[in-house]
Design a protein around this ligand. Structure first.
Ligand code: NCD
Length: 326
């Protein structure tokens, strides 16, 4: 499904936001606009020559206060493929370790006249705090348990390219829903695009009031998988847990791990997804993660670069004075 099937306004009215802090607040047509914009970069990234000058002369700062492999690399690659100067701030060697406040760090980044800042931070709300203090667009690369909007967008693009559409699909998200910003952003994104979203977790890892987000909660994984079109598995976010949330990883796998046998409860052509990093043998068995016909895990990484290229392009159009983006 591409723009032909959707209508959204032209120019900056198609995406009127200054930055991308979350999926919350985006209209369905704004999400579709970003997905449609990303399509061209999927094709482009498969070419041997992957460079363009769209963002030449612009400076992008990646400020990652939490560990990352995929997200940091793909934002860096996305900026470089557009010809921008991309700078990664190494938090371990930065003044943050000397006790600098987040606001002072934001003021410092702002004084360097970045044209876009990409932030990952362990505290929910930290990205908005910085976005309010700087003049350029801010992109959230994951803030605490709050949101991870580009992950949800790349997941939506992966599903749409494999299934043709998102509306009407049943998507089962299973794992540590409570601590997962990926789950939150995906619930917001997929329900907004018309999917039925089921969430499955042990009671201690299910957020209270999840029904208010239009997601249907399950504690029985077999029931949650029944007839699903997409199965998205999540890691136990041990770094965000204080105390014991699960009796043991063996027991967790027994009840909530995706095995071949369990996958058979979903539709025969159900997609298997995982944002990474995976804990093979806990939330997902290796033979399922590597199922050639079903697993979308490496496709998700591929879509991630395209989505980040689209987001950086769209959000810097005003600064680049692209026609129609006043
Ligand atoms: C996720 C994250 O950091 O929120 N990973 C990612 O961005 N690909 C999920 C996780 O850490 O489990």
């Amino acid at each position: 499904m591409t723009s032909a099937a959707h209508s959204y306004p032209d120019g900056s009215a198609a995406f009127p936001h200054r930055g991308l802090v979350g999926i919350a607040g985006l209209a369905p047509h704004e999400i579709m606009f970003l997905l449609d914009e990303a399509e061209q970069w999927v094709e482009f990234n498969r070419l041997p020559q992957k460079h363009n000058d769209r963002l030449a002369g612009l400076t992008i700062i990646n400020a990652f206060f939490e560990n990352s492999t995929r997200t940091l690399l793909s934002f860096e690659i996305a900026g470089k493929r557009h010809g921008a100067d991309v700078v990664n701030m190494h938090v371990a060697q930065s003044s943050v370790k000397k006790g600098e406040t987040l606001i002072d760090t934001a003021t410092t980044l702002n004084a360097m006249h970045a044209d876009a800042i990409v932030i990952r931070h362990g505290s929910s709300g930290a990205v908005q705090l910085i976005a309010d203090k700087v003049d350029c667009p801010v992109l959230n690369a994951g803030d605490g348990q709050h949101e991870h909007p580009t992950q949800a967008l790349l997941d939506a693009l992966t599903i749409r390219s494999a299934k043709g559409a998102i509306s009407g699909l049943t998507v089962t998200i299973c794992g540590d829903i409570l601590h997962s910003r990926v789950a939150r952003s995906n619930i917001l994104c997929l329900t907004s695009l018309g999917a039925d979203v089921r969430v499955c977790a042990p009671p201690a890892l299910m957020p209270a009031g999840i029904e208010a987000m239009q997601a249907k909660p399950f504690h029985d994984f077999d029931a949650a998988l029944d007839g699903a079109d997409v199965v998205m598995m999540l890691r136990l976010q041990l770094e965000r847990m204080q105390g014991e949330y699960i009796p043991s990883s063996r027991e967790y796998r027994h009840l909530f791990g995706l095995t071949q046998e369990r996958l058979a409860r979903a539709k025969p052509d159900a997609l298997v997804m995982h944002p990474g990093p995976m804990n093979r043998g806990i939330e997902i068995d290796s033979d399922v993660a590597d199922l050639a016909a079903r697993s979308q895990i490496t496709r998700q990484v591929e879509m991630g670069v395209a989505i980040r290229m689209a987001c950086l392009d769209v959000l810097t159009r005003r600064a680049r004075r692209v026609e129609g983006w006043a």
